[in-house]
Design a protein around this ligand. Structure first.
Ligand SMILES: [Zn+2]
Length: 254
């Protein structure tokens, strides 16, 4: 994963997706937007409490910079579930935490402030997917469910899929209480006192991916923890709920 300067923006890109010139796959940082205060500055989430006008301008700037018309973007209302929607058109497609499409010129979008975005690309048939994974999504096996669905709908093989995981809150900073910890295998937990646990959602996601036959070498982890990197990222937990959102986008150009 690298930061790439594009116009005024600094964006995250995955090495595993480089070399596919039709593929657009970015994760935004908080740099170079119009918002102020807790939302400083590139807040791309409309329902985070920021001024609507600033978010609209931030989105315009973001999509203009990456050269995607906003009317070709696809959205869902994310609810920390595991519903995955097949996108055949742009716009808001309802409630869900995953989107898949085989339509080039459609760009799947999601907003994030600690949860991981799981970005999926199949180069031969040019299929893409985007899954939203916080602890609730991981517990509901969104990664496994998403891969199974994308393979079934588009008749593709998991060993052809490339997966990039976005910046998210990592085990260094993601502290949970017993009620959450007990939902996860101890492989993904560390504790000193049995009152608080550090939860590793990234490796829990990777285990789900491996279990549905994604090749380990086709998975690229995130280098960055959103909570550790205040300069670059919003973090819902670090900022105690009052914060902006980064945006993940994936799609192929016509
Ligand atoms: Zn951290």
């Amino acid at each position: 994963m690298i930061f790439q300067k594009k116009g005024e923006l600094e964006l995250c890109k995955w090495d595993i997706f480089s070399g596919y010139k039709n593929l657009i796959a970015y994760f935004s940082t908080r740099k170079a937007g119009f918002s102020a205060g807790a939302y400083d500055s590139l807040n791309l989430g409309v329902s985070a409490g920021d001024l609507k006008e600033n978010v609209i301008n931030n989105r315009k700037k973001f999509f203009h910079t990456i050269n995607i018309p906003e009317n070709e973007t696809v959205w869902v209302k994310q609810v920390h579930g595991n519903n995955i929607i097949t996108a055949e058109r742009a716009g808001n497609l309802g409630v869900g935490d995953g989107l898949i499409t085989g339509v080039s010129g459609l760009f799947l979008c999601g907003t994030f402030a600690d949860c991981a975005s799981i970005m999926v690309f199949e180069p031969k048939k040019q299929i893409v997917g985007l899954f939203h994974a916080g602890w609730k999504g991981v517990f509901q096996q969104i990664a496994k469910k998403g891969i199974k669905k994308i393979c079934r709908v588009y008749n593709i093989q998991p060993d052809n899929l490339l997966v990039g995981i976005s910046p998210h809150i990592k085990k260094c900073c993601f502290i949970v209480k017993k009620n959450v910890a007990e939902l996860f295998n101890e492989r993904f937990l560390r504790t000193n006192n049995k009152e608080h646990w550090n939860l590793d959602i990234e490796n829990a996601v990777i285990e789900q991916l491996i279990n549905v036959d994604i090749k380990r070498e086709n998975i690229e982890k995130s280098c960055f923890c959103t909570s550790c990197n205040k300069e670059m990222f919003f973090s819902y937990r670090r900022d105690k709920g009052k914060t902006g959102r980064m945006l993940a986008v994936i799609g192929t150009r016509k």
